[in-house]
Design a protein around this ligand. Structure first.
Ligand code: ATP
Length: 515
């Protein structure tokens, strides 16, 4: 556990030191759970967003994008159920005065049991060596089975209590499990209360007549209210999808895990409108497609797993999370929800406008069902950044810090490094950079010895370094150094664009994501 915490601290420190993420309003001591993306972070975030957008919109001729406003008519949130039901169960510790989400305290308790299972597996794998069969072990080992049953029982009871809003039972469960405040160790808890997560604001200058609005807590509703507009103007036929990326706001009760849980964050959502009765088939397909999309980034297949929901939201008839192995364990990265016709029907009722699809084959109207894929851009950033950050032992006994970002996502693709600051090398280096910058984000660096500059680019995540030396002046060749293998090759200046383009080709990266 201590190791994991250290790793997470390193991730946060590295993100600041290399210009990826800063605390918001840092000179005023920051604002809790709000962060700014710095010069490299903004590029990485944009590249992740583009990778998602291309895979969802460009590669699917039946999915289109929109960009709806953050402020929406307040009835939107009545219809969607957010005013009545967008609550989290909070609990305070009377001694430490710290506030927690009751469900998260219970989930973290289960995570600890899961860690015990992992320990048993590691021990057994060592004991049995090559003949170890993990699948067989976890389905037959008595200790593992007991742990797993305990987790299942706890989560099932929590799911039921949340569903029935039985807050007293949540408190009872916390007491029965003897869960203590993780910071102070105290078990002196208040009652569990519901807390609405929406931020309110006012529209208009006159306080008496100002309209009470909310900052959107999810981007999805901007898609639902535009369903008919997009369907008609785009002449879309079912099944079709509408995709959107944009800011969402939640007044989270506890937000202590860097950009994992923020109060202002960005979502990338896609609503897929299908014929009623086909939604589970599409739900399964989208689960698989989205998992493959994540895996295409090459961060390691074992870092992803599905978690099927026991407790379904008021709008869903099936739901699962894609969980990622963050530095603090497996946690939700993306949600895939079969949302039925709940949202469109609710908006029909509240607006009095028809939100239907006319099927020319049957000559009848229906309200489509919706399968949604919803991923947090910031959470995805954290997943990618934290797995990419590695401390590597080298053959010569030294070590290096390397940020192995997927090259397609790296903020800077090519660093241009003149070996010396004289003899015409900077001039040639700059002319190479001036040409490359039309195609790629580049960076020029002439300070320090070349070895140090390579290390700096490794830690920055730059996949290619181009070094210009005296030979370059004579024969138009340069050295290209690859971040991951540290391999160096002598190539012609004319070849740089082709080599880099090939490596960061969208087609190459997305190859195992099929729609
Ligand atoms: P959680 O259970 O972690 O609060 P959620 O189930 O409420 O998340 P959804 O409403 O399904 O999340 O939102 C979809 C995605 O948006 C999540 O999978 C997550 O990646 C992202 N997300 C949600 N809340 C936050 C937040 N406060 N900060 C950053 N990302 C978030």
């Amino acid at each position: 556990m201590a190791k994991q915490e250290d790793l997470f601290k390193k991730v946060i420190a590295h993100a600041k030191e290399y210009g990826y993420i800063f605390q918001s309003s840092e000179i005023y001591d920051g604002l809790s759970a709000v962060y700014d993306y710095a010069q490299n972070g903004v590029e990485l975030k944009k590249n992740i967003r583009d990778y998602w957008w291309k895979a969802m919109v460009q590669l699917n001729d039946n999915i289109v994008g929109i960009d709806a406003a953050i402020l929406m008519h307040p009835t939107t949130w009545k219809a969607s159920g957010h005013i009545d039901a967008f609550n989290d169960p909070l609990i305070d510790n009377k001694d430490s005065k710290k506030r927690y989400r009751a469900d998260v305290l219970i989930e973290d308790y289960c995570l600890k049991i899961e860690k015990k299972i992992e320990k048993e597996i590691t021990k057994a794998a060592k004991r049995f060596g090559e003949s170890f069969n993990k699948e067989e072990f976890i389905t037959t080992n008595q200790r593992v089975l007991t742990y797993q049953e305990k987790i299942n029982t706890i989560l099932a009871r929590m799911g039921k209590s949340l569903e029935k809003e039985n807050l007293a039972d949540l408190k009872l469960l916390i007491e029965e499990l003897e869960i203590a405040d993780p910071l102070s160790g105290s078990k002196n808890w208040t009652e569990v209360k519901q807390f609405n997560l929406m931020f309110g604001t006012k529209l208009g200058a006159n306080t008496a007549t100002a309209m009470h609005l909310y900052l959107r807590p999810e981007t999805a509703q901007g898609i639902f209210v535009n369903f008919a507009n997009v369907q008609k103007t785009g002449r879309m036929k079912i099944p079709f999808g509408i995709a959107q990326t944009g800011k969402a706001f939640r007044n989270e009760i506890v937000a202590r895990q860097f950009i994992f849980r923020m109060r202002e964050f960005e979502q990338m959502e896609m609503q897929y409108f299908v014929k009623p009765g086909t939604e589970i088939e599409w739900y399964e397909k989208w689960k698989e497609k989205r998992l493959n999309w994540h895996k295409s980034l090459g961060l390691g297949e074992d870092n992803y797993r599905f978690h099927n929901h026991d407790k379904l939201a008021h709008y869903a008839n099936a739901a699962a999370d894609i969980e990622f192995n963050f530095p603090f364990g497996f946690k939700e990265l993306e949600g895939i929800h079969s949302r039925t016709d709940f949202d469109l029907k609710a908006h029909e009722e509240h607006s009095g406008k028809k939100l239907r699809f006319f099927d020319p084959k049957t000559n009848a109207n229906y309200v489509p069902y919706v399968v949604e894929t919803s991923v947090g851009l910031d959470r995805l950033f954290l997943a990618i950044f934290s797995k990419a950050l590695q401390n590597e032992e080298l053959e010569d006994g030294s070590s290096r810090v390397v940020l192995r970002l997927p090259s397609i996502l790296a903020p800077t693709k090519v660093a241009i490094l003149p070996l010396l600051k004289k003899d015409g090398l900077p001039e040639l280096a700059k002319s190479i950079m001036n040409d490359l910058m039309y195609n790629f984000q580049t960076m020029y660096d002439e300070k320090d010895a070349i070895g140090r500059r390579y290390r700096r680019q490794d830690a920055n995540g730059t996949p290619f370094c181009i070094t210009i030396d005296h030979q370059s002046l004579e024969d138009n060749t340069v050295t290209i150094r690859h971040r991951d293998s540290m391999k160096q090759e002598r190539i012609s200046i004319n070849e740089i664009t082709l080599i880099v383009s090939k490596e960061i080709s969208f087609k190459k990266w997305i190859h195992n994501f099929r729609v």
